[in-house]
Design a protein around this ligand. Structure first.
Ligand SMILES: Cc1cc2nc3c(=O)[nH]c(=O)nc-3n(C[C@H](O)[C@H](O)[C@H](O)COP(=O)(O)OP(=O)(O)OC[C@H]3O[C@@H](n4cnc5c(N)ncnc54)[C@H](O)[C@@H]3O)c2cc1C
Length: 432
């Protein structure tokens, strides 16, 4: 009998995006997630209990788009269908202040839960642990939503919660990245019961995540003590877009400059994110992001960019506005597309796919092809670097090299500054 493909192949080809769909598909509890040295969060099969049914592979959008996804890809897959572009904020002050951008994501969920329009919301949270890591939660009341606010730039296997939704009778809302919604559609192709559920898809714009080791690296810049909570961007510290905040086990809080996250983004980017075209989350009903490039936005306190894609999304936005949970105003679609750098994204995506192919690697079967790039040496270097994160013997060695990389970057940046500033920076660097 021929052995069916399973999720191990996807992991070996570095195509897994840690969405959790394989876990949801496994009827034998044979899949668990483990964190690698590089901070990748990968499924592992227990072959003692695995029946080689092949479902974990079938639902994996890291490897492929299933039949429905192939059929519903929009004409411009980088932009997708747009019924409206708005910018605004949550009217509830606590929701707004605790949010990443303008709190509209949480306000939509609150309105849905308070009005009884949904029974449950599937959201991402940060698990307070040593070290802290991304996690997911099923939420049934708007009071529980605060813990899910703010962006976690880390892979979260959100779809692992899908089996728990089987017993939910009413409608459900899911807040997810594009990879979550790609695999959700693949799951729907396989599971009839899931197709019958009423699911509202609230997407986030996403250029990429960082592997979980980025949490350890950024924390390490603040303290050597064990860390139990981590915030990538706290817009109250001191203002939007916000700095990283690290809390140690004894409750001490440290704020870092946001440049740490920005400088180390490339270092910790998973290879799979480079191959994803779907920054604007084209299969969601409504999509949330930061209003980059949009004029007249409150850049001190933050606002959410809202892209409405479907009739379901439009009704949700209208109801939430009418119930006064949010205030939104129209913005120009072209400036939104420009502000999100979609032209650059198209070019980079083509270059990364060409570089991945040149490395002899399998490319996901998207139903459209990239422009064949002639020059992709930078992209090749970045991809090889992403793959190298898992080749370290230990996390300590990885973090040691990450520190060297960060110091070099800071020095390069410093050299471009006036002499007086250079002296201060060097003094600080020597101090440690
Ligand atoms: C990994 C990532 C990359 C992003 N990249 C961009 C970008 O390039 N450009 C841009 O304009 N915007 C980006 N965003 C979106 C932006 O950071 C805000 O999340 C968005 O503007 C919503 O803000 P809000 O104040 O309305 O949300 P809040 O009210 O603060 O609520 C945040 C919501 O995000 C969900 N969430 C947080 N992290 C994750 C995660 N890892 N996976 C799934 N759900 C999650 C939570 O469940 C919660 O519902 C990104 C977000 C993430 C998580």
């Amino acid at each position: 009998m021929n052995k069916k493909l399973d999720i191990t192949q996807v992991v070996d080809e570095h195509l897994c995006h840690s969405c959790g769909a394989c876990f949801a598909s496994c009827g034998h509890d044979s899949i668990s997630f483990t964190e690698s040295v590089g901070g990748y969060y990968m499924p592992k099969i227990d072959y003692d209990t695995c029946t080689n049914c092949g479902l974990c592979f079938e639902v994996c959008s890291g490897d492929h788009f299933g039949k429905t996804l192939q059929d519903i890809v929009p004409d411009d897959p980088f932009v997708g269908n747009l019924l409206g572009c708005e910018v605004g904020k949550a009217t509830d002050e606590t929701t707004f202040k605790n949010s990443q951008s303008g709190g509209v994501t949480t306000a939509l969920l609150a309105q849905l839960l308070d009005s009884g329009a949904i029974e449950v919301a599937l959201v991402a949270v940060m698990r307070e642990d040593i070290p802290p890591r991304g996690d997911f939660a099923l939420v049934r009341s708007s009071q529980e939503l605060y813990a899910s606010q703010k962006s976690k730039y880390t892979p979260i296997p959100l779809l692992s919660a899908i089996p728990e939704l089987k017993n939910v009778d009413g409608p459900i809302a899911i807040v997810g990245l594009s990879c979550h919604f790609h695999s959700l559609q693949n799951l729907c192709d396989v599971y009839k019961w899931l197709t019958k559920k009423e699911i509202i898809k609230i997407g986030l714009i996403c250029d990429r995540v960082m592997t979980a080791s980025a949490i350890d690296f950024i924390s390490m810049q603040a303290t050597k003590e064990p860390v139990k909570n981590f915030v990538y961007r706290d817009k109250q510290k001191p203002a939007y877009p916000g700095n990283p905040v690290v809390t140690t086990a004894d409750g001490s809080e440290y704020m870092l400059d946001k440049s740490v996250r920005m400088e180390m983004k490339d270092f910790f980017t998973p290879a799979r994110c480079r191959l994803c075209f779907d920054k604007l989350n084209v299969f969601a009903d409504v999509v949330m992001g930061d209003p980059h490039g949009v004029e007249g936005v409150d850049r001190k306190n933050g606002e959410t960019l809202v892209l409405t894609r479907t009739q379901i999304g439009k009704e949700l936005i209208d109801k939430t506005k009418n119930a006064r949970y949010v205030v939104l105003r129209d913005v120009d679609q072209q400036s939104v597309i420009r502000g999100q750098g979609i032209a650059k994204k198209k070019k980079e995506w083509s270059n990364y796919v060409s570089a991945w192919q040149a490395l002899g690697k399998k490319v996901p079967n998207y139903p459209f092809t990239p422009k064949i790039a002639q020059e992709f040496s930078k992209e090749k270097v970045n991809l090889l670097h992403s793959l190298s994160l898992d080749k370290y013997e230990s996390k300590e060695k990885l973090l040691f090299d990450a520190q060297k990389h960060y110091t070099n970057k800071k020095l390069k940046r410093a050299i471009k500054r006036p002499l007086s500033q250079i002296k201060t920076i060097i003094r600080k660097l020597i101090k440690g």
